[in-house]
Design a binder for this molecule. Structure first.
Ligand code: MN
Length: 417
């Protein structure tokens, strides 16, 4: 009797423990979901908050360099270039951190298209040419002719090559050399393993010791983490390279000899037998920079933007280019002014008090006379889907902050022809 009794008690106890554990688990799950959502919101906010001031820092610097506020002497120009370089550097860091966070959250969606290999390489090389030249580093691309196109997210893979090339320039002493080579890696016969296209970046730099190679691709780990280290950077670049390549189904590799040099490889899946048709170009990416014309006096531009520093930055530049500006500080003002002034073009910030930019665009579009008015959304939100949301609401174009004032002007000119 006693034995049976205690058995039942144990059984009951186990049941109750299981129920408690299940309940605990579902609480944990809910907390986890909430934490993930908070993290995503935090990232989106961070992105917005960090980009907004950068927009006026970089924009004002650009305006000053273009002598919008009067003549600039050589020494001042030098100082401005320094501000611009540091601002751009900060922007790269912000972008890298956000990209890594987005990858970790599974939020990066690749936009595949058919890409010409030679063009991909030469555009990446162009970016580092000047830096290499300054250090008298020879920079030689070695690309076999008649390669078929590669099917990748062009922007991301260019970023990968650019990261590796920038590193190579950074760690190669003066007078050294860097080679960017492309070769085809064929699978062993009678296997169904895919073909790869290998990009290899070889430098005559300081090299990396074997014990450090494995640490290299991990985020936030610089090999030399001492306070007095010679090279700056967050150590995010290579972690991003690795994750971006793996997102494409590819792999990264590294061989290096300390004091002799390094060779980084990126292997991208490649199907030589299929020629993939070109995809249509993304909006605005093919808008070329054209010299400013003074024949812009008749055009009226409505700028809806709540941040005074950004209003000053954009307005001073566009006014100097001869445009007539109207200002709205929030979405409601934008709607009202669009109706009363019928501008030729609208620049719309998205995050604004009371009525946000998306809602303002929707309401503006409901007005018959404003149905065709070009609207450019300007936003510091750069999370996945922000661009789509802007275009869905009725904007024609999208520029993310910090915006290049020259690019914005070129875009406006193109639209208002
Ligand atoms: Mn805003």
């Amino acid at each position: 009797m006693v034995g049976v009794n205690s058995d039942i008690t144990q059984h009951k106890q186990a049941e109750q423990e299981l129920a408690e554990r299940n309940q605990q688990l579902s609480i944990t799950n809910a907390e986890l979901e909430r934490a993930t959502r908070l993290k995503d919101e935090f990232l989106a906010n961070m992105s917005h908050e960090l980009r907004t001031p950068l927009n006026s820092i970089l924009g004002m610097t650009e305006s000053l360099q273009d002598e919008i506020f009067g003549t600039i002497n050589e020494r001042q120009l030098k100082a401005l270039r320094l501000i611009e370089n540091s601002g751009n550097h900060l922007l790269t860091l912000i972008n890298d951190i956000l990209d890594l966070a987005k990858i970790a959250a599974g939020e990066i969606k690749l936009e595949f298209s058919s890409v010409e290999v030679e063009q991909l390489c030469s555009s990446a090389v162009t970016f580092v040419k000047q830096q290499a030249h300054k250090k008298q580093i020879r920079l030689a691309p070695e690309i076999p002719p008649n390669l078929l196109n590669l099917y990748v997210d062009e922007v991301r893979i260019r970023q990968v090559l650019l990261n590796l090339l920038t590193n190579a320039v950074k760690f190669t002493p003066e007078g050294g050399s860097i080679k960017l080579a492309v070769s085809l890696i064929s699978p062993e016969p009678k296997t169904d393993r895919p073909h790869y296209l290998r990009f290899s970046i070889t430098d005559t730099g300081i090299g990396i010791s074997p014990e450090n190679i494995s640490r290299l691709f991990k985020p936030f780990s610089q090999i030399d983490s001492a306070l007095n280290r010679k090279q700056m950077g967050t150590g995010l670049g290579l972690a991003l390279v690795k994750q971006m390549v793996e997102l494409h189904g590819g792999k990264v590799g590294l061989t290096s000899e300390f004091g002799v040099g390094s060779c980084f490889t990126v292997d991208q899946p490649y199907s030589p037998e299929v020629r993939i048709p070109s995809q249509p170009q993304a909006i605005a990416s093919d808008i070329a920079l054209s010299p400013s014309s003074s024949n812009t006096n008749s055009y009226r531009i409505l700028l809806a933007e709540d941040n005074p520093a950004n209003v000053a930055t954009i307005a001073s530049y566009l006014e100097a280019k001869g445009y007539c500006m109207i200002f709205a500080n929030n979405g409601q003002e934008a709607i009202d002014l669009a109706r009363s002034h019928q501008p030729d073009l609208i620049l719309m910030d998205i995050q604004m008090p009371e009525i946000d930019g998306l809602e303002a665009i929707k309401q503006i579009r409901q007005q018959e006379s404003l149905r065709e008015t070009p609207i450019i959304a300007l936003t510091a939100l750069t999370m996945q889907g922000d661009r789509d949301r802007c275009l869905e609401s009725g904007a024609n174009y999208y520029l993310s902050k910090p915006i290049k004032l020259k690019q914005l002007t070129a875009m406006i000119q193109q639209i208002l022809i």
